[in-house]
Design a protein around this ligand. Sequence first.
Ligand code: F6P
Ligand code: MG
Length: 458
Amino acid sequence: MAADHTGDVVPPSLSAKVVGSFAYLTVRDRLPTILTKVVDTIHRNKNKFFEEYGEEGIRAEKQTISLLSKLRNELQTDKPIIALTDGLDDADPWNRYLQRQQWQHGNQEVVSWFKSPWLYVECYMYRRIREAISLNPPISGYDVFNEGKTQSFFESQQAIMTLCTYFEGFNKKREDVSENELQEYFNKLLHVCLWGNKCDLSISAGMDNSQKISPIDSLVALQTFILVDDSDAVWSTLFSARQQKKAGKNISSRVDFVLDNAGFELVTDLALADFLMSSGLAQEVHFHGKSFPWFVSDVTAEDFHWTIRQTMVANHRWMSQRGAQWQQYVKEGVWSYHDHPFWTQPNEFCDMAADAADLYATLQAADLVLFKGDLNYRKLAGDRDWDHTVAFDTALRGFGPAPLCSLRTLKANIQVGLQPGQGSKLSSQDPDWMTSGKYAVIQFYRPNTDQQDSPQNQ
Ligand code: F6P
Ligand code: MG
């Protein structure tokens, strides 16, 4: 246990300083590999930059690669983390965060790639990629991960069509489905949305399950890999609001999605959001994404709108119909995309109320917030070395703007809220259970509304 910057005594942050840990292997092996791929992508696009910007484009390409190579060298030789110099809007909070880290480390240790919290240095790497590109106009708006994201969408076509066809089954009879049937549709779409996070490419285009097994049909077999399944609590939260509305109360439910990856996962998010709207479980949906390319496949505004457009123009009746409906929701303003710099900062979410009070207040107006994916889970639970039996709300450390649920497949060695013995049993059966993406959780938390300061509760 150690005191954090607020003085709370909490388990230590996961860090590459634990040699052999998943954090260590990530910083040693996976992050440099990602940087190498980024360099390759920029180099491969040299001709495109030349065609678009002439010699200036070539100069920018060379200069960006040189900054990225320097970054990779700093990482691999465990150099101190340095302040950002690009002067972009979020540079100050990033630099203040570095000072906070330096202060916490005291004088004993420098803040460096292998000695500092993994969550911090991994986020910092993506912010430095942004810096390298942004310092080099005319290519400063280039999304180096775009190719992978669009490819992943196209490789998911079969799975997307299957999902949209399933949706049409609901659409046809939505006026007269029973409550049980409605809950069954909800559960399926919630679970597809969960497994969408497993690895979009593996669900959509993997050797085993892409064209042959539909994302709906595979749900039964996957159920056994869900370690915590609070679907019923999520359902009750949404359904009780709908019942109140039916009883004539002027209630409008808003569900917020804190998005994760583009590609198939984003389509599963949109399908679930569509279902919530079509069934009257929500009247408004806010999607929160990233304001710059992040963790390889995370959704930006560009990805969000591109995905809707591509779905709309698909040569498949039910798919294009869903895309048109999504576009309509956006046009009417009942669906909206939001980005906030906090989502691309390294903070644990328990910092949000103090460090991004405006965002916290925005989330407080939601009736439910769905947090997609592994990185969001790490930030919810602070990326700390918690015992597996610690309750989810303990790990949230006061973060609870609204009822919230994490839909996450496990890709990092942090997991709370398990039964006594469940973690050790999994470790003996399957040593990689926390990092393989094979297991998942649907973990719900309802804050005590008496303590809430929400405008809707006043
Ligand atoms: O595989 C680990 C990792 O790169 C983590 O660093 C990160 O938490 C996660 O993958 C990203 O996954 P997701 O897209 O589900 O947030
Ligand atoms: Mg991601």
